[in-house]
Design a protein around this ligand. Structure first.
Ligand code: PBG
Length: 332
C-alpha cells in the first residue's frame, strides 16, 4: 500500500515533528532495556577489576565481581549477559582442552552468576580462540584451520557450558556444520531448552581489534581469520549462512559487526523473520568512546542513536558494551 501524501501546503511533514509529544506519537521504533545483551570479560583472581586499555570504560572482572555485575544488570532489567574469558596464557594449548574443562573460568562464572542472579539469561561464546596457542577459533593443522575436528571440540565445549547452566550458547567460530552438531549433542544430553544464538553472519573484520586485546588473543593470533569469517564484500552469502544455521537448529541469529552491516540486518529480518541480533563490536564501541573522551561528539547521544539504528534495521536486540549505561539512561 502506497501512503497518500497531500501536496504542500496541505501536507507538511514538520507538523509531525513540532513537539516531543507529537514526535513520540509518530515514532516508528523504540529502544528499551529489553533489547540489550551485555558482553563482559572474566579473568581469574578475586576482587579484581582491571581496565582494558583499548576499551575505555570496560574492565575484566574476577568471577566474584562478574556475579555482582550480573546481579546489578538483572536489577536494571538487562535480560542477558554474555561471557568472554581472559584465559591465562599458560592454559593455552594446541588441543585447547581448557575449552571444555568443567571448571574453566567461563564455566565457573556461569555457575556464580546463576547463584547471584538467577533471573538473567547467561550467554556464552563457543570458539577455540581464548584457549588456542595460535589465537584461532579452530584447530590449525599444517597452517590450515581444520573444520570437522574443530566442530568436535566445539561440541565438547558446548556441552560443558550447558552443564554449567548456560541458557544461550553463542557459537562465534564460523566453522561449517557446527550448529547441527551442537544441537544434536544438546538434545542427546537432555538439554532441550538450551538455546543457540548463532553468530551466523560474522565478517572478517578489523573492528574486532580491541576485543582481541581484552581476551588476550592479539599477541597469540597468527595470520587472519579470512578462511572462516565472511568477506565484508558479501551480502547474499549472509542470507545463505543464516538459512543454513536456522535449518540446523539455531534459535536466534546474529550479524557481526553491527553498524557497518545494517543492510545485512535488514535483509536477514525481512527474509527470515527469525529473532535477529547485531553485535556492536569492540571497535565500534571504542570509536564512540574515544571521540566522546576528546569532546568531539556527545557520547551519550551517539550511543543511544547507534543502538536505535539497530532497531530500525530490524534487529530484536543488540550485544553492546554500552548495555549498563544505556539501561541507566533509558530508565531515566
Ligand atoms: C572470537 C570472538 C571475537 C569477537 C567475539 N568472539 C573476535 C574474533 O573473531 O576475532 C569480537 C567481539 C568484539 O570485537 O567486540 N571467537
Amino acid at each position: 500500500m502506497k501512503p497518500t501524501i497531500a501536496p504542500y501546503p496541505l501536507g507538511r511533514f514538520r507538523r509531525a515533528r513540532q513537539s516531543e509529544a507529537i514526535r513520540s506519537l509518530v515514532r516508528e521504533n523504540t529502544l528499551t532495556v529489553d533489547d540489550l545483551i551485555w558482553p563482559v570479560f572474566v579473568r581469574d583472581g578475586e576482587g579484581v577489576e582491571e581496565p582494558v586499555p583499548s576499551m575505555p570504560g570496560v574492565v575484566r572482572r574476577s568471577v566474584d565481581l562478574i556475579a555482582k555485575a550480573a546481579a546489578e544488570a538483572q536489577a536494571m532489567g538487562i535480560p542477558a549477559i554474555c561471557l568472554f574469558p581472559y584465559t591465562d596464557p599458560s592454559l593455552k594449548t594446541q588441543d585447547c582442552a581448557e575449552a571444555w574443562n568443567p571448571d574453566n573460568l567461563s564455566n565457573r562464572a556461569i555457575r556464580a552468576i546463576k547463584q547471584a542472579a538467577p533471573e538473567i539469561a547467561v550467554m556464552t561464546d563457543v570458539a577455540l580462540d581464548p584457549y588456542n596457542i595460535n589465537g584461532h577459533d579452530g584447530y590449525v593443522v599444517d597452517g590450515k584451520i581444520v573444520n570437522d575436528e574443530t566442530v568436535e571440540a566445539l561440541v565438547k565445549m558446548t556441552l560443558a557450558q550447558a552443564e554449567a547452566g548456560a541458557d544461550i550458547i553463542g557459537p562465534s567460530d564460523m566453522m561449517d556444520g557446527r550448529i547441527g552438531a551442537m544441537r544434536q549433542a544438546l538434545e542427546a544430553a537432555g538439554h532441550h531448552d538450551v538455546m543457540i544464538l548463532s553468530y551466523a553472519a560474522k565478517y572478517a573484520s578489523a573492528f574486532y581489534g580491541p576485543f582481541r586485546d581484552a581476551v588476550g588473543a592479539s599477541g597469540a593470533l597468527t595470520g587472519d581469520k579470512k578462511t572462516y569469517q565472511m568477506d565484508p564484500a558479501n551480502s547474499n552469502e549472509a542470507l545463505r549462512l543464516i538459512e543454513r544455521d536456522l535449518t540446523e537448529g539455531a534459535d536466534m541469529v546474529m550479524i557481526k559487526p553491527g553498524m557497518p552491516y545494517l543492510d545485512i540486518c535488514r535483509r536477514v529480518k525481512d527474509t527470515f523473520g527469525a529473532p535477529t541480533y547485531a553485535y556492536q563490536v569492540s571497535g565500534e564501541y571504542t570509536m564512540i568512546q574515544a571521540a566522546a573522551q576528546n569532546g568531539w561528539i556527545d557520547g551519550e547521544k551517539v550511543m543511544l542513536e547507534s543502538l536505535l539504528a539497530f532497531k530500525r534495521a530490524g534487529c530484536d536486540g543488540i550485544l553492546t558494551y554500552f548495555a549498563p549505561q544505556a539501561a541507566t539512561l533509558l530508565q531515566g
